[in-house]
Design a binder for this molecule. Sequence first.
Ligand code: ZN
Ligand code: ZN
Length: 175
Amino acid sequence: MSNLPFTLPNCDQPAAVRIEVYSPANGPQRGSLDASVYACNQHSADAETAIQAAQLTTHRVPLAPDVNRQCGHVHVFPTGRLANTDHPAWCDRQNCAGRLEHRSPALPANPTGGELVDVRVALVQLTAAPTVTLIEIGLTDTPGDTDARVFPLGQAVALAYRVLELNDVAKGRQR
Ligand SMILES: [Zn+2]
Ligand SMILES: [Zn+2]
């Protein structure tokens, strides 16, 4: 697994601990158990530091006595977020190859639930341009008829700040 986001000590000693690797909750995504990393006593702290530097959390557990693993061995859980790094961490992984884009679950912006226009925002990345993250704003006033527009993430953030400014103006607050 050379495409893991952390590098482990290179060592051939028998492992003494197992380190569970979790990705934290990320917006709409819940945290998940992504991998088990095995380390000897000498390298367990280094391994944890390397994993934590990749924004992952660790939980050290004693190694079961019947388990023989070499220090530096990694087991990646196929259900976890490290299993397939072809997707960004926030992607919902619903047929990205077919729809030609990665998408996050859409977050509703409908505080009362009774709005005339249903507004949802989601992260989108074209599979052909995996370095550019976009925000899609979807507006639905008739069910099944969504008007979706995509903006660069920076522009969407600027929009959010402008809305907050206008909210302050509307409320008569000083910034
Ligand atoms: Zn070691
Ligand atoms: Zn994807």
